[in-house]
Design a protein around this ligand. Structure first.
Ligand code: IMP
Length: 432
């Protein structure tokens, strides 16, 4: 039995979906533990593309049970539409393969409206959220007035909960932001319907997890977003509203820290970011454009072009510290084919001084200038490589340089979007 946590080491979009889908055949259980449908995982299986936002990426693998933990915020419309699509495609035939925690909080119409209204009002200082209502939903959770999935199954309780929220939410929407109010009766009708349709999927996820641990199953925890979007450890306030680091698994899924075996940090071979906020290694010229074009760097959730730049070892070292990476997976190594030279930030220059550490405050991160090491590139197409030894020498040197800069072994390399376009140097689900 192994429990493996896979988390993003950068600002999200590291290709976690592909990795989780590749790892899933070795896991009996795949778990989402935080975030919501701000995440978007594009999976390519047998040439067919599937984008999942809420359902864990293990669903495409028959026999895997997929859990949505209490730490997730769920937009019922989105979850139900993903379930319908998966049913229509014959991927999901048995509801027992997707289990939704009754304790997960629900994203409601006014969360979506408030997310958009606040972003619009913030103008230049906007976070650049995905507009999916994530922040406002977590806000109601933390202020203890949120509506949980289990409430959808109890129409009487639901009516009171919606009424209690409605006055406050509509007041903010109408009086402060000058937006349209949400019709509480219509929302109530919709919510009762969601409850009926989601009912067969609702379960006590934490208990299922405990049973699976006792039975010695392999369990994969699928992180969303990334370390630097974490509400505590990221580039606050340009972050999401949940904890994205590996430790969040414990609270968000309901598992003790003593039961986590391995943590896999997932990074791209370069860096991207969507939305606002500092990005020390961002390339705004030709290099950035080339990375965006070759890497098809457009958001899976919002379609927004991603900001692109070189790999930042300072960030990865910080990621290793806060997540305790057992190993790294480097995605999209193939995108770097064809660059004459490849750069890696090894340190920052901050106010004239060199530092190896990721700065603490936003203004320091904004002032940090990356110090680069330049490595020779390679021109070969590497998508056919299946063993580390098959890679061109310069690609191997690049990977080994990342290992030594971050001081974490690189266990997996992805050389293309397909499930088989993967190089495994070791077995991630090995017992420790
Ligand atoms: P929110 O999570 O929608 O509130 O957005 C907050 C910030 O996190 C914005 O900069 C988003 O672009 C970013 N973000 C949220 N989810 C993802 C993701 O899955 N990948 C990349 N960026 C994300």
């Amino acid at each position: 039995m192994t429990t493996l946590v896979a988390v993003g080491a950068q600002w999200g979009d590291e290709g976690k979906g592909k990795l989780v889908d590749w790892l899933a055949p070795q896991a009996q259980i795949v778990v989402r533990f935080h975030g919501g449908n701000n995440a978007g995982h594009t999976l390519v299986v047998e040439g067919e593309q599937t984008v999942l936002h809420v359902v864990p990426a293990g669903v495409l693998n028959p026999g895997t049970v997929n859990l949505i933990g209490p730490g997730v915020v769920v937009d019922p419309e989105i979850l139900l539409s993903e379930i319908s699509t998966l049913e229509e495609r014959g991927v999901l035939r048995d509801p027992s393969r997707v289990r939704l925690s009754g304790r997960a909080h629900v994203i409601l119409d006014w969360h979506l409206a408030l997310d958009k209204a606040r972003e619009e009002a913030a103008r230049k200082r906007a976070i650049g959220t995905t507009g999916r209502g994530i922040g406002p939903a977590y806000e109601d959770k933390v202020t203890r007035r949120g509506i949980r999935v289990a409430d959808l199954l109890d129409p009487d309780r639901l009516r009171g909960a919606i009424d209690r929220l409605a006055d406050q939410k509509n007041f903010e929407l109408v009086e402060y932001y000058k937006w349209q109010p949400v019709d509480r009766d219509e929302l109530y009708r919709k919510a009762v319907e969601w409850g009926k349709r989601l009912g067969p999927y609702v379960d006590h996820v934490t208990r299922i997890l405990d049973g699976a641990l006792r039975e010695g199953k392999n369990i994969l925890f699928e992180g969303a977003q990334g370390t630097f979007l974490d509400i505590d450890h990221g580039t606050y306030p340009y972050v999401t509203s949940s904890n994205c680091v590996a430790g969040a698994v414990c609270a968000g899924a309901g598992i003790g820290p003593t039961r986590i075996d391995r943590v896999l940090g997932i990074t791209k071979a370069y860096t991207t970011r969507v939305g606002g906020g500092p990005f020390p290694t961002e390339e705004t010229g030709e290099t950035g454009e080339k990375l965006r074009d070759v890497g098809a760097e457009f958001g899976a959730t919002t379609g927004r072009p991603r900001r692109c730049g070189w790999l930042d070892a300072v960030m990865l070292r910080e990621g290793a510290a806060v997540n305790g990476f057992s190993a790294l997976a480097i995605n999209k190594l193939d995108v770097l084919s064809g660059f004459d030279e490849i750069q890696i930030a090894t340190a920052y220059r901050l106010d004239g001084k060199l530092t190896d550490d990721f700065p603490m405050t936003l203004s320091e991160i904004e002032r940090a200038e990356p110090v680069y090491e330049v490595l020779p590139g390679w021109s070969e197409n590497i998508r056919e490589c299946r063993r580390f030894e098959d890679l061109p020498q310069n690609a191997r040197d690049y990977v080994e340089r990342v290992e030594s800069l971050v001081n974490v072994p690189v266990e997996i390399l992805s050389v293309g979007p397909g499930r088989d376009e993967t190089i495994a140097r070791d077995q991630p689900f090995r017992p420790v």
